[in-house]
Ligand binder design. Sequence first.
Ligand code: DNO
Length: 404
Amino acid sequence: MKQTWRWFGPADLAKIDDVVQAGATGIVSALHHVPNGVVWSPEEIGERQQQIRLMTDGRPSGIEWQVIESLPVSEDIKKQKGNWREHIANYQQSLRNVAAAGLDVVCYNFMPVLDWTRTDLRWPLPNGASCMRFDINDFAAFEIHILERPGASEAFGPEVVEEAARRHAAFDDAGRKQLARNVTMGLPGSTESMTLEDVRAHLAEYAGISPDRLRQHFVDFLSEVVPVAEEVGVRLCCHPDDPPFPLLGLPRIMSTAADYRYILDAVDSPSNGMTLCSGSLGARPDNDVPAMMDEFGPKVHFLHLRNVKRDTDAIAGSFFEAEHLAGDTDMVALIAAIVREESRRKAEGRADAQIPMRPDHGQDILDDLERRAQPGYPTIGRLKGLAELRGVITALGHREYGLR
Ligand code: DNO
């Protein structure tokens, strides 16, 4: 596995020097300042590559930009409205430009409106650390009582609806505002969250777009961009929905093995692949993540390794982001499946035998608690996650004691 690290650019609280000391050998980044739908220019791509190549004192870092996360798919493309055709042409051009700069793995997602969604961004753990949490009761309190989405109560069971009412009544004004802010935090690359009016306007745009229709829009998009990706040697890899169930009445179509099977078969190409995110997929008890690695292995182009601990076995249930080896996904079994896939690729002579992975998210520990980085992206918490994962990878990949 290639051990990579997500870096948000010069504004990131972690420096490239920190990444080098963490032992990561590649960077995952994006041009977060370029609006969705606009072409990534060769100049902008080159500038980010240069920033990654240098340490603070100007010495070479020895590491390169390896994975793009994300090249975002615009809302217009997802809805097939407005400038969607132009946005697809721009996406194709961006793929050509990143390929010309030597970048060949491009992660994206196809979630309408919201990207990852949590109700608590700094949930206190008994040991004093904090982590992100999704609480279904708080989410229902937001959707039913704060956002006041018509029909929202029908999306939850009666116990959740009752508990949501109790919680909403117990929040003070500041608590309600904080919850709304957490839920609408949206994209990890920006610190902007949407206003409630923005969310309502976005939801209205999706009225009439069923899951099947969204799936068709997704296939239409892939039919246009995958041939270009193939031609220029880029491996696209779709990130799963997070959490992997519908929210706010919006369709979500990349949550399960069946969803991936459909999309990977619909446009069958090595350039149409998967980002296997064990944290997102693992929030559903019916997703067997190591089995998904076995099934989709040849098309897994990028790995997000992290763990969640679920409160219950309900689908659409609460969970928190656990330590990397401690949640409900058997991380050792998952890494074993990855190591097996890498050996197969090596035997086949594939140039991409080593799959890039990153220790996705981390708990806030030690100095992270004061530093308050981008939620989910503390330096020390991620370093701890990477170190734990590296231990398992080293052991399972050991030539005498490991799997090969
Ligand atoms: C969360 C991330 C996701 C991911 C996008 C990919 O921290 O894993 O936001 O970057 O969904 O498009």
